[in-house]
Design a protein around this ligand. Structure first.
Ligand code: IDP
Ligand code: MG
Length: 141
């Protein structure tokens, strides 16, 4: 099934000047970029986006980190996009991530782990809608 998933190049990715490197890997893996922008999240926007994790011990630190500098949300589309993108980025903790994955290659730790990825096709659509208006999604190549 053709699916959509939301990638975010997190503030550590931007700070480490790895955005081009990561986008190249996403493109080479066959994803179509439907929308992309550079933004700095407010604490409110970051809190809302990660609301599902509210109450967990890492939540406050996550909100702090995600609003600590600019990030780059990217709306992606591909056959089997959600699972394929998660395979490309690897496990949440780079220590557990498979060799050659984006998080294994570039992430420092489980918190600052370079990229976000949606966890289901339903959430992919919802999360893309969190950052992109309809007219910012360009379906043509
Ligand atoms: P995911 O990004 O691989 O889907 P989630 O469990 O959904 O992982 O967690 C969302 C984000 O919260 C992670 O990408 C990471 O930045 C942060 N996070 C998750 N678990 C931990 C933890 O145990 N310690 C610190 N940060 C964490
Ligand atoms: Mg998740």
């Amino acid at each position: 099934m053709i699916e959509r998933t939301l990638a975010i190049l997190k503030p550590d990715c931007v700070r480490k000047k790895l955005t081009g490197e990561v986008i190249a890997r996403i493109e080479k893996a066959g994803f179509k970029i439907l929308g992309m922008k550079k933004i700095k999240l407010t604490k409110e926007t970051a809190s809302g986006f990660y609301a599902v994790h509210k109450g967990k011990p890492f939540y406050d630190g996550l909100v702090e980190f995600m609003s600590s500098g600019p990030c780059i949300p990217i709306a992606l589309e591909k056959e089997n996009a959600v699972a394929d993108y998660r395979t490309l980025i690897g496990a949440t903790d780079p220590k557990d991530a498979a060799p050659g994955t984006i998080r294994k290659l570039f992430a420092d730790n489980k918190s600052e782990n370079i990229v976000h990825g949606s966890d289901s096709p339903e959430n992919g659509k919802i999360e893309i809608g969190y950052y992109f208006s309809k007219k910012e999604i360009i379906e043509l190549d």
